[in-house]
Design a protein around this ligand. Sequence first.
Ligand SMILES: CC(C)(COP(=O)(O)OP(=O)(O)OC[C@H]1O[C@@H](n2cnc3c(N)ncnc32)[C@H](O)[C@@H]1OP(=O)(O)O)[C@@H](O)C(=O)NCCC(=O)NCCS
Length: 154
Amino acid sequence: MSSEISLAWREPISDDEMADLVRSHGGIAPDDWWATIRPHSLGWVSARDDAGLLVGFVNVAWDGRDHAFLLDTKTRGSRQRRGIGVAVVRFAADQARAAGCEWLHVDFEPPLRKLLPRCLRLPPDRRRPHPSAAMDHADALGRHPVPPVGICPL
Ligand SMILES: CC(C)(COP(=O)(O)OP(=O)(O)OC[C@H]1O[C@@H](n2cnc3c(N)ncnc32)[C@H](O)[C@@H]1OP(=O)(O)O)[C@@H](O)C(=O)NCCC(=O)NCCS
């Protein structure tokens, strides 16, 4: 990751910043998306460039004890494939561990399938593709396969 990107844990992010980040990669962001999600979060990682622009994000929800859940990894569309995703996930795992969590639950959606093994200690059986991983496309009825999930020790 380039050196001018800084990472922070639980740093305030406005709804407008979050909507701009989501739209930058072609996502759909209701105006109050982040305000609705935030109360259920253990914490979140923000990545900003040297001008303060939000370029990366990941949310960590939790069960209130030792299980954390990695959600909504996002990198600004113009800054992808430069290591920001790996950096925010590693930072999130460090923070969840520091908060006392012992397990991190993750989704192996297609964009994250190669990213997550660079950041986390995946159990051996999760290093192999799940059978449904081959089904990247919707079926004739428009249904998407449920993405395989994993749980990693922190
Ligand atoms: C998925 C996402 C967060 C990756 O962020 P990123 O900053 O580009 O990721 P990195 O640069 O750290 O990528 C690390 C590795 O992950 C893999 N990877 C990253 N993006 C990928 C993609 N779109 N498809 C397949 N593999 C991908 C690659 O192996 C990559 O290494 P490489 O660039 O050396 O080939 C980003 O593409 C994104 O925000 N996508 C839109 C939102 C999304 O789908 N989020 C995931 C589900 S919530």
